[in-house]
Write a protein that binds this ligand. Structure first.
Ligand SMILES: NC(=O)C1=CN([C@@H]2O[C@H](COP(=O)(O)OP(=O)(O)OC[C@H]3O[C@@H](n4cnc5c(N)ncnc54)[C@H](OP(=O)(O)O)[C@@H]3O)[C@@H](O)[C@H]2O)C=CC1
Ligand SMILES: O=C(CO)COP(=O)(O)O
Length: 344
């Protein structure tokens, strides 16, 4: 498969929520043929006929050329690239359904952030298992609120794959006048960054909801990055991946931008709202609720201490109030910022 930046592709986007719709619209605007698959007939009909996703991106005009369907086989029939954008809890079942329908030459990328709930497997491990060897795989990640991408605002993200030509192909489809797509070859690090920043966004949201101030917010973001870097070393990701769009970039966006659903969950918890009420009010996927468990399981498998992520997990479980969480963090022993044994 040779990278040809000018070739018009036929792309199947699976998942018609806010991010799947925004990416499908972006790719269609770049002149590629795009079919968006969703499971909700009402949403699909509105996208296909009225060029709007009234549930997830109300009021934003989608390209006329963007097609949508509830028929997975039809969406995949002519695809030479598949982009999966369902929530992490639906990733495995979507890959299972996709596997027998995937056209032989179509590589598979995903923009889902998180791990397989329960097993904690990385999504590239799930995709590899479901699709077998020889299928090009890539993860699309970075600081990118769906609403801003759908509105055509400037955005940068990154595509990581073990196959440089496939990363380039996916990046070429995404890259355009207002959208910069970079490439890399560290799927583990890129997936870890995208998953962990959601958990850390809850922590900064809680702090802001408790009105702990801007110093606390910056401290949490920076020590959160330190937690990402430590776990990343343990799982064999590359440090620079976490210092780039897939790590620091997405961490800053999600910890500070009120469009973030994970940050908004933290804000609500910090103001005293219950988890159930907060998730219901947000009304969209909030990946941290499951990802916090998986991050802590991964950390314990690798014997890595993650005080902020652990607090988030415990607050989400109702085992700790936000105020108790704050006390627990502040009472920790003093230490070096970058202990040599953790950062050799
Ligand atoms: N929104 C954003 O700004 C960004 C999101 N992401 C990631 O993209 C992924 C998708 O999130 P996002 O689009 O925002 O979520 P939304 O909450 O906006 O939409 C979720 C979508 O997933 C669908 N869905 C839920 N369960 C299933 C299932 N079992 N099978 C098929 N479809 C299902 C929903 O369908 P229904 O309406 O029928 O429930 C809906 O279309 C997440 O991992 C998120 O972290 C990454 C970067 C940016
Ligand atoms: O991943 C995102 C931005 O890069 C979206 O963040 P939220 O899921 O917190 O809204």
């Amino acid at each position: 498969m040779g990278p040809d930046a000018t070739a018009a592709r036929s792309v199947a986007v699976l998942g018609a929520g806010s991010w799947g719709t925004a990416l499908a619209a972006l790719i269609a605007r770049h002149g590629h043929r795009v079919v968006l698959w969703g499971r909700d007939a009402g949403v699909v009909e509105a996208i296909d006929a009225r060029h709007e996703n009234p549930h997830y991106l109300p009021g934003i005009a989608l390209p006329d050329a963007l097609r949508a369907t509830t028929d997975l086989a039809a969406a995949l029939r002519d695809a030479d690239l598949v982009l999966v954008v369902v929530p992490s809890h639906a990733f495995t079942e979507t890959l299972r359904a996709l596997a027998p329908l995937r056209p032989a030459d179509a590589g598979v990328a995903w923009a889902t952030k998180g791990f397989e709930p329960g097993s904690g497997r990385f999504l590239h491990e799930v995709a590899g298992d479901m699709l077998g060897t020889g299928v090009p795989l890539a993860v699309v990640t970075g600081p990118s609120f769906a609403k801003e991408v759908a509105q055509g605002l400037p955005t940068a993200l990154t595509v990581h794959s073990d196959e440089a030509a496939f990363a380039q192909l996916v990046a070429d489809v995404l890259h355009g006048p207002a959208f910069r797509a970079y490439t890399g070859d560290d799927m583990r690090g890129a997936e870890l960054g995208g998953a962990m920043k959601n958990v850390l966004a809850v922590a900064t949201g809680v702090a802001d909801g408790m009105q702990l101030g801007l110093n606390a917010r910056a401290g949490l973001i920076t020590r959160g990055l330190n937690e990402m870097l430590r776990l990343n070393i343990a799982i064999g990701g590359r440090p620079e991946t976490l210092m780039g769009l897939a790590g620091l970039g997405d961490l800053v966006l999600t910890c500070t931008g009120d469009l973030s659903r994970n940050r908004r969950l933290g804000l609500a918890l910090g103001r005293g709202q219950s988890l159930d009420d907060a998730v219901r009010d947000i009304g969209q996927v909030v990946e941290s609720v499951q990802t916090a468990d998986e991050v802590m399981r991964l950390a314990s498998r690798h014997d890595v201490e993650l005080p902020i992520a652990e607090n988030v997990r415990d607050v989400l479980h109702g085992d700790l109030t936000p105020a108790e969480g704050l006390q627990r963090l502040l009472a920790r022993e003093q230490k070096a910022e970058y202990p040599q044994e953790l950062f050799p």
